[in-house]
Design a protein around this ligand. Structure first.
Ligand code: ZN
Length: 349
């Protein structure tokens, strides 16, 4: 079908599932950065470093080191921190990123204490018992005030919860609930771990085939995207083009689907770079990569964060279609493969 090096599907899925299972809400994403760094360290072609902000940078340097390019994707996810310990020992939360409460109601969580311990619990509405509240429970507003964490530990008071080692500001990570069936990957936080997996799988396919990129390339794995400023720092100033790899929006009114990669022309942050878009379309057509073009309604990207911070690059955004984003998401292997192939086509061009 395509003339590009063969992607190892099992490797891609295996890496993705492992990454999805590492809790990494924005601000607490270091374990995921560590994991990606360890994986990339097997490719001796890459020089690895970290920014002061904690993002991972991998440089694949080749002979022609003029006008290098960069790719970016993020490992941080939605999540929460402990906002308040209630009188009954349960926790109120403050959201990290665009969490919508109904999407995590009854989900399992880990609370990571500042002393390095983790405590299990789940998210409930404060009118959860059907035998007490009956229909009134469905009418309770799913808001910061009504959602709480019930800890799987013996506590009925603020003091007992504090004695468990829990403090205000502790990280709360929602379970991803990863499942792979029939080519579909169902999980929270495929945004944007799917795209990190696409980049890593592309690097592996090129390395295994002994094919270096045409120009030197920086891979920036960012760690603050879900709060808006991830890749605003960390892209070297000599980079000429930045390809952001992030999920495509699937749902009513959207052109994107789970079986294609998408080139995003416009999102909430405005329009991407026409010249680089044109290049990407040409590459997709040349290599038989199934793709769509689309416009995303409520969406900003790490590439735009870099533009806003003053980055002078041509900028584009591609990624696999993710159904029900920022909810219980789903991707398909075909969309992941299309994106991985597109990344390789770009790097070899
Ligand atoms: Zn994203």
């Amino acid at each position: 079908m395509t003339d590009l090096p063969k992607v190892n599907n099992n490797y891609l899925i295996d890496f993705l599932v492992k990454l999805l299972n590492i809790p990494s809400p924005t601000g607490f994403a270091e374990p995921a950065i560590d994991f990606v760094e360890k994986e990339l360290s097997q490719f001796k072609q890459l020089e690895l470093s970290r920014t002061r902000k904690g993002a991972l940078v991998a440089k694949w340097k080749v002979e022609s080191d003029d006008a290098p390019v960069a790719l970016t994707a993020h490992v941080d996810t939605l999540g929460a921190v402990v906002k308040e310990i209630k009188k009954n020992g349960r926790l109120k939360l403050s959201k990290i990123g665009g969490v919508q409460w109904p999407t995590v109601e009854t989900e399992g969580v880990w609370i990571f204490t500042s002393h390095g311990e983790k405590i299990r619990g789940s998210v409930l509405i404060d009118t959860a018992s059907g035998h007490i509240y009956s229909a009134a429970g469905s009418e309770t507003l799913r808001s910061d005030d009504h959602m709480e964490i019930r800890l799987d530990a013996r506590t009925t008071s603020k003091q007992e919860t504090q004695a468990l080692g829990i403090n205000i500001g502790d990280c709360v990570a929602f379970d991803p609930r990863v499942e792979v069936t029939n080519g579909f990957i169902r999980s929270r936080f495929l945004d944007d771990k799917a795209c990190v997996a696409n980049i890593v799988a592309a690097i592996k396919a090129l390395a295994d085939a002994g094919l270096p990129p045409t120009r030197s390339v920086y891979f920036l794995v960012s760690n603050y995207e879900e709060v808006g400023h991830g890749a605003s720092a960390g892209i070297p100033s000599d980079v000429a083009e930045l390809l952001t790899v992030d999920m495509a929006v699937v749902g009513a009114g959207q052109e994107s689907d789970e079986f294609n990669a998408t080139l995003c022309i416009k999102d909430s942050g405005g329009v991407y770079h026409e010249g680089l878009n044109k290049k990407l379309r040409t590459l997709a057509e040349k290599h038989n990569i199934p793709y769509k073009t689309d416009v995303y309604p409520f969406y900003g990207s790490d590439g735009e964060a870099f533009w806003r911070a003053g980055g002078d690059v041509a900028l584009a955004l591609i990624g696999p279609g993710i159904d029900a984003s920022h909810n219980y998401e789903r991707a398909h292997m075909d969309g992941l493969l299309a994106t991985t192939n597109w990344i390789m086509a770009y790097l070899l061009d």
